[in-house]
Each structure stands twice: as C-alpha cells, then as structure tokens.
Design a protein around this ligand. Structure first.
Ligand code: PLP
Length: 455
C-alpha cells in the first residue's frame, strides 16, 4: 500500500502554506526561464522516486515560477481565484477520479452536474429546462454553442451537417460584433466554417454591438444565420443589447449564441441584472465557472435552450459503451470531450457554499471595487479612465502609449499587484479586472498606490 497519508499530508502542508502566504507573496513571478529549467529540467529518470520526495521537491522547485493569480491583488486578464469549498471539492474530484463522460462511471458526478446545471440556470437567468455541458472553458463552450447552432440552422435549411459536413452545404453567415472575443473566430476555424463566415457588425465607443447595423447586415443577406452576441466585452466589460439582438435575429430565423464568459454573471445580481435584459431569449450561452464563480481551472459551461439539438450536435453512441437510461445523464452528450474530469463537483460546492445571495454579493463587490479603482486613479489626476466602468473591468491610460506600457511592465515586476495591458480603440491601456472573491478595498488602495509609485 502506498503511503497515502504521508504523500497527501505533504501536499496539504504545502498547500496551506501557499494559500496562507498569498497575501504577502509577490503577485507576479520573477523567476527566469533559466532558473526554472535548472531546478525542474532533469534527465528522464530511469528509477522512480519516493512520492513524498517527488511532491516536496515539485512544490519547492515550481514555487518561484508560480504566478499568484489566485491572490486578491491579481487583476490581469479575467481570472478569478478559488473559494475554499470549490478548491476542496476539486481535490475530492481528483481523489474520486471519476470518468464523468458516462452515468455508469460516476452516478454521483452525473447527479451533481444535473443539480448544478439547474442552479446555474436560475442564477444566470436562463430558461428552466436548458441543457448544460461542463467543458474546459468558454473557448469550448463557444465551440459547442456554435456547433449546435450550425447543426440547427442547417437542419432547418434541409441539410444534415452531422452526416454531410459543410462541403456543399448552404453557406451559414455568422454575424458577430467587432468587439467579439477571439475564441469565436477560433471556434469557427475548428468547426470548419472558417473566419470567412463572419459578417462583422460594428460596435459603438463602449464596445457594444450596434443593433441598427445588425438589422442592416441581416437584411443584406439570406439563408441560414447565427448571431453571436456578447455579454461582457473582455476589455471594457460592455454588454451588447442582447434582448434587442435576439428579437432581430429571431425575426430572421437566425440562431443566437451569447458569449458571456464573465459578463453573464451580472444576471446573478439584482442590481446588475438589467445589463443582460432579454438574455433568456437566446438559443445558446457560454460562460465560465473558473472566472467569476472562482472555481479552480478548468471549468467552462455551455447551455442550450434546445436539449435535443444539443445532444444531436454533440452526442455519441458506441457498442462498447453503456449509455444512461432515461434521466441518467451521460455528460459526453453535451460537450466535445469523451473522457473527462467530474467538473460538476467544484461548481456545485462553490454555489452551495456561497448561496445565490453570496454569488450576487461576490459579483457586486467586484464591481464596487472596480469603481473604486477608477475613482482613486482619476482622483490622482495622473490617469484617465477610458470608457464607462459598467462592470468589473477598468481601462486606464497614463500620459501616452509609451508611459502606459512602461507602467504596466513596472507594476508586473514590482509585485504588489498584477495587471495586463491592451489596445483600446487605438490607444494603449492598462486593463484591470476585479474578479477574485478575496479582493478587499485595502487591496485596491495598496494597488493604486503601487501603480502611482511605478508611474
Ligand atoms: C475569457 C473569455 C473567453 C475565453 O474563455 P476561456 O475560459 O479562456 O476559454 C471567451 N470570451 C470572453 C468574453 C472571455 O472573457
């Protein structure tokens, strides 16, 4: 028998030290590629090593190259940390090591996914009875939503894409906003539709799709179409007017897919829900649990208003598999993977520990802290906020492009906090995303002070 207790205790001791040390640890990693290679790049060992020693050394050698992205002062990209319940449930997921593709291989995993899916639909304001897939992230959620949409609009045009593919099929137009996330383009590449199928619809100065332009674009063509709306622009946090988009698209027989990787979580807050008004009228939705719900990676979610279309696009059957009976969820019917981790446990635990009030509070707190960033930086008289702060994202510009980029670089090295940069409407900007459950007003104030020091 292996020494379960000793090897898990070794990992557990390190984990607690790491997590308790997060507030004091520099947020970015200043380890060099050379130093990490020197510590980790061993020749392939011919002989094994005691697992306790493997874990102790892995922790020691990897630690300097670990980015404290679960720290309350990490504001790069849109990341989020891990709540205690979600992290511990994720550990159990590894202990149980279920292959969650089939009901028969993990009945508890399947039931927990069903329950979590129902909770999520309520939290996110989606119609009751939506089908759900637990995927790696919004990239795969977008791919799944678009695959279902393609199958569905082509089916209505008399074409069976599952059997006959896209060669010779009626051309499907994909109308998507100029401010869409790159994962939409990438999903279309993977699906064989290609980025050439995109009809770009102009956005306004906040990054929102212009519905008048969508109306014109829809009228300018014919045949099967998919409209991609976005809830939460990755730079500005802005929302496409999704209700209006659904009405226009449906009047034209188009499928509506919503990329709401983080923005869809606005629906969980009574105060912010208006930002996604009408979102329940879409056909498919993509979001992440590993961003704003603060579940460990990887955890993305796709939902569909038409469970039959969902299973038709993604499902699979094989003689050697045992498929679930009525009511028994086979997760491989709802996503692109076959074998996979039982991702539902961590999502279930995260929501149960927070409750719907706690999720609303998490989302609202992050938005309040984003507003605090904007206020404090503006008050310094040395920074400009680009666009409106409508959610948890803040775009900050200092004197010019050069100064802005140098401040971002300096802040990343200085270690108090970590922000990434972007180009917004032709100008360099620092991008601040507040999406961690543990961020406090003090974290924001310390970070503002660090930014101004670097400036
Ligand atoms: C983060 C993000 C994605 C991609 O999500 P992953 O979880 O990284 O796959 C897609 N769309 C938007 C708007 C995002 O913010």
């Amino acid at each position: 028998m292996p020494e379960w207790k000793e090897v898990l205790d070794e990992a557990g001791r390190y984990a607690v030290r790491y997590l308790e040390g997060l507030p004091a640890r520099p947020v970015g990693s200043n380890a060099t590629l050379e130093s990490l290679r020197a510590a980790l790049d061993l020749p392939l060992p011919a002989q094994g090593t005691d697992p306790r020693e493997v874990i102790a050394e892995l922790a020691r050698h990897a630690d300097p190259g670990v980015v404290a992205s679960s720290s309350g002062r990490f504001f790069g990209f849109v990341i989020g940390g891990a709540t205690p319940a979600a992290l511990a449930a994720d550990w159990l997921t590894s202990v149980w090591d279920q292959n969650a593709g089939l009901y028969v291989l993990g009945p508890a995993a399947a039931v927990v996914e069903d329950v979590a899916a129902r909770w999520l639909a309520t939290l996110l304001g989606l119609p009751a009875g939506v089908s759900a897939g637990f995927v790696t992230g919004a990239q795969m959620a977008n791919l799944t939503g678009l695959a279902i949409g393609l199958g569905s609009v082509l089916g209505r045009a008399g074409w069976n894409v599952a059997a006959d593919g896209l060669w010779g099929a009626p051309r499907v137009r994909v109308l998507a906003g100029q401010g869409r996330h790159g994962t939409i383009d990438r999903a279309l590449r993977f699906l064989g539709a290609g980025t050439g199928s995109i009809v770009e619809v102009g956005m306004d100065d906040q990054g929102r799709m212009r519905p008048a332009e969508l109306r014109t674009a829809l009228a300018a063509g014919s045949g099967p179409a998919i409209v991609c709306a976005q809830a939460g622009n990755v730079n500005s946090g802005a929302f496409d007017p999704v209700g209006e988009i659904c009405d226009l698209a449906h009047a034209d027989g188009a499928w509506v897919h919503v990329d709401g990787a983080f923005g869809l979580w606005a629906a969980a807050s009574p105060r912010l829900r208006h930002l996604v008004a009408g979102v329940e009228r879409a056909d498919s939705w993509a979001t992440d649990a590993h961003k704003w719900l603060n579940v460990p990676y990887d955890s993305g979610l796709v939902f569909c208003a038409d469970p039959v279309a969902h299973r038709t696009a993604m499902g699979t059957r094989a003689g050697y598999l045992i498929h679930g009976a009525e009511g028994e969820r086979d997760a491989l019917d709802y996503g692109p993977e076959h074998s996979r981790r039982a991702r539902g446990f961590a999502v279930y635990a995260a929501i149960r520990a927070l409750g719907s009030d706690g999720v609303a509070d998490l989302v609202e707190r992050c938005c309040d802290l984003a507003a605090r960033f904007a206020e404090r930086l503006t008050a310094s008289g040395r920074a400009t906020i680009l666009g409106e702060v409508v959610l948890n994202q803040v775009l900050v510009r200092f004197a010019d492009d050069h100064v802005t980029r140098s401040v971002i670089e300096k802040v990343q090295r200085e270690g108090t906090c970590w922000m990434s940069g972007t180009t917004w409407r032709g100008q360099a900007a620092m991008r601040i995303s507040v999406s961690n459950w543990s961020t406090t007003p003090q974290d924001v104030d310390r970070s503002v002070a660090a930014i101004l020091r670097c400036l």
